[in-house]
Design a protein around this ligand. Structure first.
Ligand code: ADP
Ligand code: ZN
Length: 727
């Protein structure tokens, strides 16, 4: 840090901007600024929050040097978190400022929460007693501080009664510190009786989680085997060590049941962190995580960027879930970055899944991760018996999508007063609408995708950009009235078919675009769990984490749906999703069935599901990936070029291709027009970069991008390391 008699001390500050390096700022006279301190600094005409970085500030001409405006009264971003920001930026080829921005997402939290004013009993007594005054004094007799309104409420009196007492000097004013967002968890609160299998697994993860060093443990157990129960023991061990814990869940907004289970085990809820939390609450959680007051956070992937003061364990539940991948600004996979975070912070990481990602399986097979198996369901609950319904042999009736085999099974299920779930991963009524006279298809004006009919809302909707229009009565092309046809099914259309077959049954449709949002969804899920529905028709939302005691039949409407695209993980994904959704059945011991409607019952994914032989499937997939040099045996990165016009996008993509340095091990494929060629008005081209596992793909990409012309005009290049989506 430079300083002479005239110069101020200059330090680097990471600002939440797409900057490659921290900017230099002068420290105000007399101020102390440690690395990690959160600061307010001028940036152009604005002021932003930034983080004091490590090392020396780059020299800046005295005229241009600006002074830090404020050092917030806030815990510093810890050193391991700063290393994590650098690491993520380096790995994902993102500007570190954009990664830091993910940490600084609670601007209101940088100032301490002001204490509230409280009242506490003094030795003075009022001149005259009334029944109301008596009640107030009864409340404050314990010597605790009360807020004015809290006290009035608790005593069941009006505010004027409290004020009258205060005027007589019965209370003194005291400061009440900010209320904790959650109570402290107690590791010994409600220890479950574990089965012998679970007990053995638990003692192994407990041992790992009790250690002060990095390790990765994969809990690989069938749905309903008690993985949650087992990793709770790891959580307890970390809490015993005085550490904070982060539990990542793929669909936190819907996992009310999880929070309650946590409460049963630890006597308090974890703090929640996801996009659905109100801003003020988010700020309090952020602050209390930074201060160490919150001990356990259960959150979505962005919780990984909370400034934990003493993080000592990360659990990634459903570690295979694609929701962990962020594909926006900074492209990262929260499962992989959790392992990195554990490595940098030198603490244990636990991954859990019934259908681990191939990446994690291979890491376990090769000894990098410890794998713990839970082969059986809890309490002798049998896994559902899975059968393929060959749609060529038992086709649905004309205009329908449900095979007579499935309809019969549903009838029997309802007869037994149990529940059936029909799963179809398509929102809306129909994925495509066309005119039966001229063949016109309704397409999104901004995207290369069909508009999805939502009959309930009477709209045609684009699922990529949100564009929507009123469902017309006449074809906009040829003008013919009443000849628009819905093609293919969405959940709404399946529900309509269900109503035709079972008019008496109580049917619920569940998808993420349900009117009423998350609250409504929670209520519906509770209603299902309480047995208030006979048939549920749902998208992948229903696949995750819910326990429905009466559910004994799961019908997969289109088991082939995910297999058709060119994604190298298509088979793995389909296997995982269908295992998870059929795993909703029979979790409470009743005999249960899963029926997979398919046109290719001989496909390895269907075979694996029907036979229950996951091992053979994994072996085959792993061998296949190894042969093709695909992850985890090889490395992939995608470059996505987008622009306002197709010509600009394509020419920049070609320029990137031409700039690709020659490297014997690394291959650049493309550019090719993206399968989703137009999204939200932007034309898209893709390049795929493939190399062996040991290749330094990042260094290669940096050279490639440096050699290419700078993107101009509307052109944007996004780098996606370890891409999950190929659209
Ligand atoms: P998984 O996470 O493997 O799907 P869970 O941990 O959700 O499994 O357990 C499935 C169900 O069995 C849950 O309702 C859970 O409460 C119950 N369960 C599992 N293990 C036990 C146990 N040892 N004691 C009591 N209930 C258990
Ligand atoms: Zn669109």
């Amino acid at each position: 840090m430079k300083r002479d008699s005239f110069q101020k001390r200059v330090i680097p500050v990471m600002v939440p901007m797409p900057a490659e390096r921290p900017y230099s700022y002068a420290v105000p006279d007399g101020a102390r600024v440690e690395p990690g301190a959160i600061l307010r600094v001028p940036l152009g005409p604005r002021e932003v929050a930034g983080v004091a970085w490590d090392g020396d500030g780059e020299p800046v001409a005295a005229k241009k040097l600006r002074v830090i405006s404020e050092v917030f009264d806030c815990p510093a971003v810890p050193a391991d978190m700063r290393r994590f920001i650098d690491w993520v930026a380096d790995y994902t080829l993102s500007p570190p400022g954009m990664v830091a921005r993910m940490v600084l997402r609670a601007p209101g939290a940088f100032d301490p929460e002001p204490p509230t004013e409280g009242l506490r009993l003094t030795a003075n007594r009022p001149d005259r007693m009334t029944a109301a005054r008596e009640r107030v004094l009864g409340c404050v007799a314990d010597g605790q501080a009360w807020t004015r309104s809290g006290l009035a409420h608790a005593a069941g009196v009006s505010l004027s009664v409290v004020d009258g007492l205060a005027a007589q000097g019965v209370f003194e004013k005291v400061e009440i510190p900010p209320r904790p967002v959650v109570a402290a968890p107690d590791p010994d609160f409600g220890r479950a009786e574990l089965t012998p299998d679970q007990g053995e697994a638990a003692s192994r993860v407990r041992e790992k989680a009790a250690a002060e060093h990095f390790s990765v443990t994969l809990i690989d157990g069938v749905t309903g085997s008690g993985k949650t129960e087992v990793y709770f023991e790891a959580v307890a061990a970390a809490l015993d060590r005085g550490k904070q814990v982060l539990i990542l869940l793929p669909e936190i907004a819907l996992t009310q049941a999880f929070l309650e289970r946590f409460h049963d085990r630890f006597g308090a809820k974890p703090a929640e962190w996801h996009s659905d939390i109100a801003p003020r609450k988010r700020e309090r959680v952020w602050r209390q995580v930074a201060e160490g007051q919150v001990r356990v956070v259960a959150g979505a992937r962005s919780a990984l960027f909370l400034p934990f003061r003493e993080l000592g364990l990360i659990v990634v539940d459903e570690e295979h879930d694609p929701a962990y991948k962020q594909e926006d600004r900074v492209f990262y996979n929260a499962r992989d970055m959790s392992v990195v975070r554990g490595h940098l912070g030198n603490f244990p990481v636990v991954l859990a899944s019934a259908t681990p990602s191939l990446e994690s399986r291979v890491n376990a097979d090769q000894g990098r991760y410890e794998r713990i198996l839970l082969p059986a369901r809890f309490a002798d609950a049998a896994l559902p018996e899975l059968r393929a319904v060959d749609m060529r042999k038992a086709p649905p009736a004309r205009g329908g999508f449900l095979s007579p085999v499935l309809i019969e099974a549903m009838a029997q299920t309802i007869e037994r007063k149990e529940q059936a779930l029909l799963f179809l991963n398509r929102r809306g009524y129909a994925p495509l609408t066309l005119c039966r006279v001229c063949g016109h298809r309704f397409q999104c004006p901004n995207c290369s995708s069909w508009l999805v009919e939502h009959r309930f809302r009477r709209q045609l909707v684009c699922h990529h950009c949100g564009y929507h229009e009123q469902q017309p009565e006449a074809c906009p092309e040829c003008g013919t009235l009443d000849h628009l046809a819905a093609c293919g099914p969405g959940v709404e259309r399946i529900a309509e078919e269900v109503d035709r077959h079972f008019p008496e049954a109580r049917t619920i449709v569940l998808s993420s675009d349900l009117m009423g949002g998350v609250k409504r969804l929670r209520l519906e899920l509770e209603a299902i769990a309480e047995g208030e529905a006979d048939i549920v028709v749902g998208t992948q939302l229903v696949a995750k984490g819910h326990n429905f005691p009466l559910m004994t039949l799961v019908g997969v409407v289109d088991a082939d749906l995910g297999l058709a695209n060119g994604d190298p993980r298509a088979a793995e994904r389909t296997f995982q999703l269908l295992s998870q959704v059929t795993g909703r059945a029979g979790r409470f011991g009743k005999k249960s069935t899963g029926l997979l409607q398919t046109y290719q019952p001989e496909h390895p994914v269907m075979q694996a599901l029907v036979s229950g032989d996951a091992e053979t499937f994994y072996e085959r997939e792993i061998a296949e990936r190894e042969r093709a040099g695909l992850p985890p045996f090889g490395r992939l990165a995608a470059l996505i070029v987008s622009a306002a016009t197709r010509v600009e996008a394509e020419s920049h993509a070609r320029a990137l291709r031409r700039s690709a340095p020659a490297a014997s091990e690394i291959e650049v494929l493309g550019p090719a027009e993206a399968p989703l060629a137009l999204v939200a008005g932007r034309h898209r081209f893709r390049l795929l970069v493939q190399g062996p596992r040991r290749a330094d793909l990042q260094a290669y990409l940096r050279r490639l991008i440096a050699a290419a012309p700078r993107p101009r005009g509307s052109v944007r290049v996004q780098v996606d390391i370890d891409p999950q989506s190929f659209l």
